[in-house]
Every structure is written in structure tokens, then in C-alpha cells.
Design a protein around this ligand. Sequence first.
Ligand SMILES: NC(=O)c1ccc[n+]([C@@H]2O[C@H](COP(=O)([O-])OP(=O)(O)OC[C@H]3O[C@@H](n4cnc5c(N)ncnc54)[C@H](OP(=O)(O)O)[C@@H]3O)[C@@H](O)[C@H]2O)c1
Length: 166
Amino acid sequence: MQKTIIAAKSDNHVIGNQQQLPWHMPADLAFFSEQIQNGYLLTGRNSYGTPEGMGVFANRQDVILVTRQKDYAPKGIHVAHSIPEAFELAEKLGVQQLNILGGAEIYAQTMHLTDELIITEIHMTCEGDAFFPAIDPALWKEVKREDHPADAENPYAYSFVWYTRI
Ligand SMILES: NC(=O)c1ccc[n+]([C@@H]2O[C@H](COP(=O)([O-])OP(=O)(O)OC[C@H]3O[C@@H](n4cnc5c(N)ncnc54)[C@H](OP(=O)(O)O)[C@@H]3O)[C@@H](O)[C@H]2O)c1
């Protein structure tokens, strides 16, 4: 099973603030939607409940949510109570591609178990309370980068960056 972390982060590594994305970047939303078309989605319970999460996960059943709450069971999706349990469940379901969609707690606990990172760098700095872990160049090789300038709809320059584990 291929495991891919997909995330968008600011230049100061912020991914969220008060359970929301700190930016509105339609180009990233479009890119993100494309990346998650195939494969199962793994999410932490907080991200599942965010406004963005509600958009992403609505109408999808190929979702594994991670929570420590034994009685938290949203209808129509799978629930696991630890990261190993989530991976075992995905294997049992025959998942070939697992897209790990955060948030901060989930990225921190899965980074060392992941094969690939697809990162949108949003070229700005902002306040935040959720951060992406450091990407150690000794462990991760940047294999592709697409740089884009800001435009009428996207207030910040941004880059799509692919990393594979060395
Ligand atoms: N920029 C991006 O790409 C991106 C992507 C996703 C999210 N975000 C942002 O990230 C923030 C949310 O991140 P977060 O760190 O607060 O939350 P999170 O990682 O989405 O979810 C944390 C929750 O997941 C469950 N959990 C975590 N580790 C677990 C484990 N080992 N076993 C079982 N359950 C576990 C717990 O749920 P229970 O409390 O129910 O036990 C925990 O409270 C938001 O601001 C969101 O907007 C940004």
C-alpha cells in the first residue's frame, strides 16, 4: 500500500489556525481535489470536523477517520482508534493508495511511515496553531516542483512540491 501525505503549509510551516485554513487559495483547492480523486483518505477527527473537511469528506465513503473515542462513529465511513489500526484496516480493505490528509497530529505520527509527500507551499507567513513537521532533507528527496505566481484569485505565490523517501 502506497502512503502519501498531502498538505498545504505556509513558509513558516503553519497548516491551520483555530481549526481553519489561514488562507483562501482556489488553485490549491483544485490541485488538492485532483490529488485525492483516487485512493482512500485518512483523517484525524479534528480535521474531519473543520469547514474544509466537511467539503472534502462529504459524499465519500472511502475515508478512515482516526479517533481515540470509542463511541465516535460517523455514518458511512470507517473509524480506527490508532494509526496502526488505521493502516491495518486499510490493508484489510485492499487499499492500494492511502492519502493522509492531516491534520497536525496525524502528520506528526505518520511522517516516518509515509512513502511520498505532496506539499503545497503557500509563500507567506501567518499566525497558526497547527504546524507541519520539519521535512528532513536527509530523509526526503524533492523530485518535482511547480512554482506559480499570485494571481487575481490566489493572493499568494505558491509551489506544488513532490518528495519521495530516500
Ligand atoms: N493545510 C493543510 O493541508 C491541512 C490539512 C488538514 C488539516 N489542517 C488543519 O489542521 C488543524 C487540525 O489539526 P489537529 O492536529 O488539531 O487535528 P487532527 O490531526 O486533524 O486530529 C486530531 C485528533 O485525531 C485523533 N487522533 C490523533 N492521534 C491519534 C491516535 N494516535 N490514535 C487515535 N486517535 C488519534 C484524536 O481524536 P479524538 O480527540 O476524537 O480522540 C485527536 O484529537 C486544523 O486547523 C485544520 O484546518 C490543515
